[in-house]
Design a protein around this ligand. Structure first.
Ligand code: HSE
Length: 301
């Protein structure tokens, strides 16, 4: 018996919602093939597409460590499981690479064993996978990768995740410049205390963005997508950040900002065609500065 599953890449934070907002992309993502084996223990038998960067030891890799946690939780820690991981997305890109592996692993084991847990019950296990990957159990990548669409982490303790509606024409352009920004470092560098004035602006923007999603109000979405707390610090790590913003907005994007902890950036647009134009314009700017990049176009819901 064998299952094959796909878990999508995700854009976390969505500019103003640090650690609470995220949405799933159509592509890229991770694929996992999983099957039962006779000998006890979880084993990774094949990884492709990671350029040899990911750990092969079961307890070190998020895909297999998450499966081990799942098996413990359902009281079958010695079950024999074989995993093949096909990474179809870049690592360290700010597109939720570790989240996609974790979610693919958890979704696959749950399918293989007859859906013993609901998707919402898988979520706390997915958070443990994120903790292993970057030291922090943030939910804004795993929640949309697991549940699909656009999600809001209303609370961490207790975990309360809400699915948000998305206007029908909302699309997104994602550009991954080939520079290294580890999530752990990008989290350690930000201030732990925020000024009240900045916080007021930020929660106004979060409420505005969520209202805009509910009201199909593209203009409200556009003017709410501003991050005064985190972006000024993290933008320093991303080459051509402000130049890329200028270009994206000139081409007609609704927004421009960092995807997750970067270095990927993304823009919302009102059509797939416009998203492609934005991605192309940003790519041109990066290439002019001798920076290679990948681009992805996706719907948002
Ligand atoms: N919310 C997380 C962060 C996302 O910004 O560090 C990491 O992908």
């Amino acid at each position: 018996q064998e299952v094959k599953v796909f878990a999508p890449a995700t854009v976390a934070n969505v500019i103003c919602g640090y650690d609470i907002l995220g949405f799933a992309l159509d592509r890229p993502g991770d694929e996992v093939i999983m099957r039962l084996k006779d000998e006890p223990g979880v084993e990774i038998v094949n990884i492709e597409g990671d350029d040899g960067l990911l750990p092969r030891r079961a307890e070190k890799n998020t895909v297999s460590a998450s499966v081990q946690n799942y098996l413990k939780q359902i009281g079958q820690p010695d079950l024999g499981i074989e995993i093949e991981l096909f990474k179809q997305m870049p690592i360290g890109s700010g597109l939720g690479s570790s989240a996609a592996s974790t979610v693919a692993g958890l979704f696959a084991i749950n399918q293989l064993l007859g859906e013993k847990l609901t998707r919402k019950e898988l979520l706390p296990l997915a958070l443990k996978g994120e903790e292993l990957a970057c030291g922090y159990p943030h939910a804004d990548n795993v929640a949309p990768s697991l549940l699909g669409g656009f999600t809001l982490v209303r609370s961490y303790e207790p975990l309360d995740v809400i699915h948000l509606p998305v206007p029908p024409d909302l699309h997104c352009a994602v550009v991954f410049p080939h520079v290294d920004v580890p999530t752990r470092d990008a989290r350690d560098m930000i201030r732990k205390n925020v000024p009240l004035k900045g916080a007021v602006k930020q929660w106004g923007n979060i409420a505005g963005l969520v209202s805009g999603l509910f009201m199909n109000d593209y203009d409200l979405i556009s003017r709410s997508m501003e991050d005064v707390l985190i972006e000024p610090t993290r933008a320093i790590l991303i080459p051509e950040f402000y130049e890329m913003r200028k270009i994206a907005m000139e081409v007609g994007a609704l927004s421009f900002g960092i995807s997750g902890s970067g270095p990927s950036v993304f823009s919302f647009t009102k059509s797939a065609e416009l998203a492609a134009e934005v991605a192309e314009a940003i790519k041109y700017q990066l290439n002019q500065n001798e920076i290679e990049c990948n681009t992805y176009i996706s719907s948002v819901n």
